[in-house]
Design a protein around this ligand. Sequence first.
Ligand SMILES: [Zn+2]
Length: 570
Amino acid sequence: MRKNLVFVLAAALPTAILCAPNRASAQLPQNAPQNVPPIAGFPADAQKAADSIEPEKIRAHVRFLSLDLLEGRGPGTRGDKLAAEYIATQFALEGVKPAGENGTYFQKVPLLAVHTLEDKTRFALEPATGQPLELNYGTEIVAKDQTGQPTADFNAPIVFVGYGINAPEYHWNDYAGVDLKGKVALVIVNEPPSDDESFFKGKALTYYGRWTYKYEEAARRGAVGVLIIHRTDLASYGWDVVRNSQAIEKSYLQGDPDATLRAAAWIQHDVADRLFQAAGLGAADDQIAKAGKPGFKAVELPVKLQAHIESRVRRYDSTNVVGRVEGAASGANAVLYSAHYDHLGIDPDAKGDNIYNGAADNGTGCGILLEMARAFAQGGARPPHDVFFAAVTAEEQGLLGSQYLGMHPPVPARDITLDLNYDMLLPIGVPRSVNLGGADRIDFWPTVQRVAKDFDLQLLPDPNPMAGHYYRSDHFSLARVGIPAFSLDQGELFEGHDEAWGRAKSEDYVAHHYHQPSDEYHADWDFRGNAKLARFGFVLGWLAGAQPKPVEWKPGDEFEAARKKTISGF
Ligand SMILES: [Zn+2]
């Protein structure tokens, strides 16, 4: 009973009082007020508004959203609804206007969760001549039926499509001349090897290399299934990662036009070997090598895939929470700030602490989003154009809430000039470096560099371009519909410390707390850094909205075509 009482109180009272118990810990970093430095083109009243951003207000939001009461904010759960209601209530208290459906703050996100019934699911390779080859589920193949139907049965020809990429900007199309309708695409993960920046961005991974792209591209071509060949060096993780991620329930957006495969599967490298041998094409590695060279031609194999898949399916809804601060002018050049509020919920089978509180991931991003919304709404400065704030759901399920937001933006995508995303910023001090992966893809980059310098923030290059980090956070969902977008991540250099200190802190978090029940709120956390990056983002958004013309992708960027499409409407 007491527990519930505490909860009701929390919703009713303004945040200030909540901070009381933290006042002691708030003393720690009191000495250095962190104001916005003078910045060309950034007006004094906006400076005052950005200066009003308070670390302790961010703390209050993080503390609340990561309470056990919120039960790990799993999409579709009670904790999810509580978090969404909290965020909407804060928007209302801050004077942020509703920008969801039907005059509310809420945008319903219809989801479906699929769990493959492994003991009832069967796969076999059927060569034109010779015996069928039964595949062992789990050790040789894993799969998901994306359609949400309880059973799938098919027996379809397999077409080897190499890397399965259609990239007009690189004059590369593995699907040239083949019809995939009702067939199974056999495809290699990653992309053709390159050291040339102008060809598949050299060593950096493009979206074409991501496993999700392989499924989407084949689905768009009417394939019934996809077999991704796993090789540890190409995937940059072992079969165990594939196995484990496929063993749990996976969610999709209901009606997602790119999630129509009856079998979205991975096969082990040696299964690919046996498949190519059965087709008379020798070793898999030879075929993989050939597929990376210009002139590769897709080939239908004299082997069929016979599949029987049974799935446990559940349909459920979650919510994006969207608010708007009115600008001096509406229409084009609006700015969007995003952060996911969902996390991993509760693991009913786990012993001991089984609540995934998600304090850093992504209580911090939500706290920053709410405090920025307050500063824009109450700071006394009217932004040049409308500013939207979106707390999105189901990020942990595959960026689904932001995908839905990208498909149903609060204003047409062409009218949004920039999306700035916040995800997991450890509150451990004041950063002096940032990682803005993807910000150099847009023509706003010189302004980003200038303002970062003013904020005493070193710009770090992507530490691991081959991992494709740009495609793993919510800004990517907006980029896919053409909106220039990137995330503001802090680097490893913090005031009063060397880089090794920052690195040790983030490595410790990733090793012991990332996606663990122990990602919990700490009273001794220092939120001045979150506040600094909120002010930094405030300034960037303001300047982007104040530009005479919208932000654009640099010529030739993989998202430039999507932008042109949203602007021209076709
Ligand atoms: Zn996250």
